[in-house]
Unconditional design. Structure first.
Length: 184
């Protein structure tokens, strides 16, 4: 799928960019805010250190590997079920042709029938973004499993491919949904 414009990813979090701009050695020394009454600097560490500590303990020591694998399986299955339903409902050739005709009538002459509008509304309401959220959860679970040392080299490649395939499926469904629902 060609992208226009081409997207990019910033691989450094905003906190790390702020650390560079503030010329501090530790992320926790980044000035997050300044108290307007006292002038006291509130640092990233003041706000986030406890959270970072607790989440690191969970991610690297306490997360139940068996449950992580089960969550991954469940989220992947839910995402796939949504994609399958989208394709069953909106991707059949006759349905796709009908959506194109509806779109043309809506855009060009505003003469869509109530049934056409029902299909357009159903398409627009279909929860493709929920499928994307499930992909993000799968990606996070993959990272947790990796942090726990629970993924072998061969599993790593296979799980990454499964997640990538889900994301591609969601991206294609999202593009089809936007196109057929009238652009936006």
């Amino acid at each position: 799928m060609d992208l226009d414009p081409i997207s990019g990813e910033i691989t450094y979090g905003l906190e790390r960019i702020a650390a560079f701009l503030q010329d501090v050695d530790s992320l926790y020394d980044v000035v997050w805010a300044v108290d307007p009454k006292t002038g006291r600097a509130v640092t990233y560490g003041d706000i986030r250190l406890e959270e970072e500590l607790q989440l690191s303990v969970y991610n690297f020591e306490a997360a139940d590997v068996g449950k992580l694998w089960e969550h991954l399986r469940l989220y992947e299955a839910e995402c796939q079920a949504l994609l399958d339903e989208f394709h069953r409902t909106f991707k059949a050739e006759k349905t796709a042709e009908r959506h194109d005709k509806i779109h043309d009538r809506l855009v060009h002459d505003g003469a869509a029938t109530p049934a056409d509008e029902d299909v357009r509304v159903a398409l627009r309401r279909f929860p493709i973004l929920a499928a994307y959220e499930l992909c993000l959860k799968c990606s996070h679970l993959f990272n947790l499993l990796d942090a726990r040392g629970a993924i072998s080299v061969t599993e790593r490649v296979a799980v990454m491919a499964r997640i990538r395939n889900m994301v591609v499926g969601v991206a294609k469904a999202y593009a089809a949904q936007r196109q057929r629902a009238g652009g936006r």
